[in-house]
Design a protein around this ligand. Structure first.
Ligand SMILES: [Zn+2]
Length: 328
């Protein structure tokens, strides 16, 4: 149990996702002392989600045996375009009704604490950079493979968000001009080829065309409850079809990585998110090999391509880093 410290020793990091909200309490050494999780239930509308975030924060504070008075600030990673200055979520493609939502203002009123809102990919790379890489590398690219593909950039040791604060939209680099349609309206985006959504679509399409896989024995023909971990299980049991799909996905990710290395020259490329957490052992060697094949000569020298160890905690950790940075 943490010592009863004075106010401003603790911050809250929140990861707002399309399906779940995670909140973590962090002490001054950036150690997590309490977490809470609630489902997002985005279909109930914006106001309801904001109330659920508030509940999740209060639950986490209670879980850490603290009071709200001992918290100095709240950081939040939100999916989609965020105006950092005003703390407004401009647009969140996976959450119904999220257009120009004044998240900072609304939550500050409900929690009575300063709140800072940032894009979730930016937040995740910040968490990895500070907590996992100890802020050592000056240039880092973060690629987070889940429902979509999020990204974030650390350039010259700082989070880089570009002219319109929208930089790092790695998931929407076009990798295959005539590829499948993306949620953003474009075709052949990185996330339309290599996200969990894309992987599941290719698997379901293959089964319809008569491909044989252990997944149907495990989950039934409609694969309704399919998760990334099931793919790992099938591969380890020797499923040729799933192995092929995951190798193909790892190749797409490797191509994405080589493009980013060519353009940005990072020291470290870190891969995270639910898909990587479940399938890093199966994918990393193919990702590295493909990146080497496609990168310009000389650009790969000394560059590390690694899987993050923070897993699902990258978001809450980065949000806590942001909260601490902004209240210093
Ligand atoms: Zn796209």
């Amino acid at each position: 149990m943490p010592e009863a410290n004075s106010k401003s020793d603790y911050v809250v990091g929140v990861d707002l996702g399309g399906t779940k909200i995670l909140a973590g309490i962090f002490n001054s050494s950036l150690e997590s002392v309490g977490v809470a999780k609630v489902s997002t239930k985005a279909q109930r509308g914006v106001e309801s989600v904001v109330t659920r975030i508030e509940r999740c924060v209060r639950d986490a504070v209670d879980e850490a045996d603290l009071t709200m008075k001992q918290i100095s600030a709240v950081g939040i990673g939100a999916p989609g375009a965020v105006d950092f200055g005003t703390g407004t979520v401009i647009f969140a493609p996976n959450m119904e009704g999220w257009k120009d939502v004044s998240l900072k203002k609304d939550l500050e009123k409900q929690l009575g604490l300063p709140v800072f809102v940032e894009n979730d990919g930016n937040i995740a790379v910040l968490g990895v950079h500070v907590a996992e890489l100890k802020a050592k590398p000056r240039h880092v690219v973060g690629i987070f493979v889940g429902t979509g593909i999020g990204g974030g950039l650390i350039i010259n040791g700082e989070l880089y968000s570009g002219f319109n604060h929208t930089a790092g939209e790695i998931g929407h680099m076009v990798i295959e001009v005539s590829g499948p349609k993306c949620g953003c309206g474009n075709k052949g985006c990185f996330e339309a080829l290599a996200s969990r959504t894309a992987i599941f679509q290719r698997i379901k399409a293959g089964i319809k065309e008569g491909e044989k896989t252990l997944l149907t024995d495990m989950l039934g023909n409609d694969l309704e409850d399919l998760r990334s971990g099931d793919l790992r299980k099938a591969i380890r049991k020797g499923d040729k079809f799933v192995t092929k799909i995951i190798e193909q996905t790892a190749e797409y990710i490797g191509i994405g990585v080589s493009n980013l290395i060519n353009v940005l020259g990072p020291e470290v490329v870190v891969l995270g998110g639910g898909v990587m957490e479940a399938l890093a052992d199966e994918m990393m060697s193919v990702i590295v090999k493909t990146a080497k094949e496609h990168a310009m000569p000389g650009t790969m020298k000394g560059v590390e391509i690694i899987a993050s160890k923070l897993g699902d905690n990258a978001g809450i950790t980065g949000a806590a880093v942001l909260a601490r940075k902004e209240t210093k």
